[in-house]
Design a protein. Sequence first.
Length: 245
Amino acid sequence: MSRKDEALIREKQLTEALRRNLHLRRAQATARRNAEDADLRCAPQAAKTDANLAGIGERPNMGVLPDHWIRKMALEQEMISPFEDRLHREGVVSYGLSSYGYDARCSTEFKIFTNVDSAVVDPKAFSEKSFVDRSTEICVIPPNSFALARTIEYFKIPDDVLVICLGKSTYARCGIIVNVTPLEPGWEGHVTLEFSNTTPLPAKIYANEGVAQFIFLKGESPCEVTYRSRSGKYMSQTGVTLPRL
C-alpha cells in the first residue's frame, strides 16, 4: 500500500471519528434540554406541593377591584354612603361609580388657609388662626394657597382592602392638586381632602361634584392589625378634620 493510500485511510478514519463525536455531543445536548424542560414542568407542581405541606396553600393575587364588587360592598356593607350607582357627567365634574373605582364628591364645608394673622403652620401644634371657615357651593382658593375640605361620602374600609386616592383630570389640568393619604384597612369616616392651588391665579372648587377617584386594592388576606384595632387617631372622623398628634 502506498503512502498516499495510507493517508487517505487515516483521513477517512479521522473524519468518521469527528462525525461520531459531533453526533454524540448533539445527543447529549438534546438530553440536557429534555431534562431541563421536564424540571420546569414539574417545578410549579413541586412548589404547590411544598406550599401545601407547609400549610400555606394557594393564595390569590392582589388586584384592583371592579365596579360590581364596589357596588355590592356599598349596598350590602355600607362601604360608601351615600352611594351613586353610576357615573354622573352632565354639566358637572364627574362623580359616582366608575369601572375600577369611585369618584367621590366634595361637601360645602371648607377651611381656606390664610396668613392674615401671621400664624405658623405646625403639624404638631396646629392653630385655627391658620385658616378661615367657609360654607359655600364654590370655594375660591387664593393663588399659591390651599384649602381643606371633606367628602360627602362616608367610607367603611374592609379589613383586607387598602384604598388609594387620585386627583381628577379636570382639576389637575387647571393646576389644582388633590392630596389624600391611603384609606387603611378597618378605617371609617369622612375623607379629609387637601386642595393645592399651584397657579398664580385664584382657583375654584365646586362642592357637590367630583374631586377625586378612590381605587380599591384587595390584599391576599386580612391584615393582623387594622386601623380600627390599633385605635388610629383619625378613626370615625366626621367633618373637616385638622391634624392630630
